[in-house]
Ligand binder design. Structure first.
Ligand SMILES: [Zn+2]
Length: 339
């Protein structure tokens, strides 16, 4: 019955708007998490959670990825993600395969998982750092796809390839072609002009009505349909934004069209939305501190980074093919290579 009520309240805009947080601050959110009433946390994350890892946010002018793409002579920046362009020239995607380390924010989500609180992480990022930090396929909805796996584009074949296979092709400047049928092999990222993964839509319908706390991090909530997800939780579900600026607020002119789903941090009617203006790492550390998890989080980050560093060194010593083997060893078993 609870589920149905939440479902109706989120899809039809009905239901009560209970005030769950005793205070619209990070402290209020922390007390709610500690109360034990908050069992299903959904994280929605964007490029801002990976910037401290050194991955450029491709929309920020001057420093962003788009700005760094000039050397590839792209007709226009989005072409790097466009399927037609990828067919003739895969090398510009190379930069995505450098060794990046997940951030404090990524490991904070891993802690939520370990404590049994993470319902799901919806990410717009394709850098796979959520997986490197220890979230698994089932924990994740990669709304814009992932470089983690690739598939043969032939509908009769669809053979799957892993990240290392793709890395080898791209580093050797080969056009990635299927071993079985010679068709193009394409990373499972959502290219411009392609649909979002089906799982995005099916999971969304199941997850959001059940959500007890939505944490939105590092996204300006401007890309649909991702941005609209904030309006899919029940009316009493608190929403915490950790970002460098406020985002997702209802447009006063169009407020009625969005099922009233926009964020309201400041008005007289505000009752559930909290904006914590900071970097994602600082925000997660502050929240972890309030939860009494700070030492544990810092320890986790230290250990994991040390492990990635030592692996990185081994790979550099072992040459490229060794690199391919050991980088996948920690994340997933690798299918046998056919050579
Ligand atoms: Zn094939």
């Amino acid at each position: 019955v609870d589920f149905l009520r939440n479902l109706f309240s989120s899809t039809l805009g009905l239901g009560s708007a209970d005030k769950v947080l005793d205070e619209l601050t990070l402290d209020g959110v922390a007390r709610y998490i500690k109360s034990g009433k908050c069992k299903n946390i959904i994280c929605m994350v964007g490029a801002g959670i990976s910037t401290s890892a050194g991955i450029p946010d491709f929309r920020s002018p001057g420093t962003g990825l788009y700005a760094n793409l000039q050397k590839y002579n792209l007709p226009y920046p989005e072409a790097i993600f466009q399927i037609d362009y990828f067919k003739v020239r895969s090398s510009p995607c190379c930069f995505l395969f450098d060794f990046y380390q997940p951030t404090i924010c990524h490991y904070f989500m891993k802690m939520l998982k370990d404590k049994g609180l993470l319902k799901r992480c919806y990410t717009q990022n394709i850098d796979t750092l959520e997986r490197v930090a220890g979230l698994e396929g089932d924990d994740l909805i990669e709304a814009h796809g992932t470089f983690y796996t690739s598939h043969c584009v032939s509908f009769c074949c669809r053979k799957e390839y892993n990240l290392d296979w793709m890395k080898e092709k791209i580093f050797s400047d080969d056009i990635p072609r299927c071993d079985k049928c010679s068709s193009l092999v394409k990373p499972d990222i959502v290219f411009f002009g392609e649909n979002l993964p089906v799982r995005f839509f099916t999971s969304m319908k199941m997850d959001f009505p059940r959500c007890d706390l939505l944490i939105v991090m590092g996204t300006s909530l401007q890309v649909q349909p991702f941005a609209g997800l904030v309006g899919r939780v029940s009316k009493s579900c608190p929403r915490l934004l950790i970002n460098m600026e406020k985002a997702g607020q209802a447009d006063p002119l169009f407020g009625l069209l969005g099922f009233g789903g926009g964020m309201d941090f400041d008005s007289d009617k505000a009752y559930r939305d909290v904006a914590h203006i900071s970097t994602c790492d600082d925000g997660c550390l502050a929240l972890a501190d309030l939860l009494g998890w700070k030492v544990e989080l810092e320890e986790l980050v230290k250990q994991e980074h040390a492990q990635i560093d030592s692996q990185d060194k081994k790979e550099k010593a072992g040459g490229k093919s060794e690199a391919a083997k050991s980088s996948s060893a920690s994340v997933a078993p690798e299918p046998k290579k056919e050579e």
